[in-house]
Design a protein around this ligand. Structure first.
Ligand code: GAR
Length: 193
């Protein structure tokens, strides 16, 4: 059984999309994989409620309780490793990870970022795409490396930027694609790890 551990910080809609897709499309069974745990750095992350309702183990490692990034990441790794993950999935996990943490899961940690990387790493991607006059925007699923929002690209999806778009309307259009793309990319990667 390949364990998938998902890290979130907030709403967890991508995590929920992965959990639903794994069941609905049957790849969890076919690939002998399951979402074993959902871990958040925030106790009030809404996604934790969904995960608990699905009977998935949850844990909170509050970054504010640690004096340094290294100390937080060390504890986070301990909690992640309890579930012996084949794959660690960052799904709206809004913490910068140390090179040690990234190295520990090299080749088996994914991130989703709401832009067409390498354009617009970091925050406020949708507003930045609008401000730059982009005609298209999108989403990227990539392997995680030590550099924020970099690493080998596994999948991308493109959406149009409409003339009357706000950051909110563009975000909603991109998010719909995120929910389709992330489960697909995970299902494609799982047989290779
Ligand atoms: C998603 O749009 C995801 O791409 C983004 O945070 C949102 C989380 O939503 N991630 C990043 O910006 C990472 N750099 P969710 O909690 O509903 O899945």
């Amino acid at each position: 059984m390949k364990n998938i551990v998902i890290l979130i910080s907030g709403g967890g809609s991508n995590m929920a999309a992965i959990v639903h897709a794994a069941a609905r499309e049957g790849w969890a069974k076919r690939l002998d994989a399951r979402v074993s745990a959902v871990i958040s750095n925030k106790a009030d992350a809404k996604g934790l409620v969904f995960a608990r309702d699905q009977g998935i183990a949850t844990a909170v490692v509050d970054h504010k309780a640690f004096a340094s990034r290294e100390a937080f990441d060390a504890e986070l790794a301990q909690v992640v490793d309890r579930y012996q993950p084949a794959l660690v999935v960052l799904a709206g996990f809004m913490r910068i990870l140390t090179p040690d943490f990234v190295g520990r899961y090299a080749g088996r940690m994914l991130n989703i970022h709401p832009s067409l990387l390498p354009a617009f790493p970091g925050l406020h991607t949708h507003q930045r795409a609008i401000d730059a006059g982009c005609k298209v925007a999108g989403v990227t699923v990539h392997q995680v490396t030590a550099e924020l929002d970099h690493g080998p690209i596994l999948a991308q999806a493109v959406v149009p930027v409409l003339t009357d778009d706000t950051a909110d309307t563009l975000q909603a259009r991109v998010l719909t694609q995120e929910h389709r793309l992330y489960p697909q990319a995970i299902a494609q990667l799982l047989p290779k790890i």
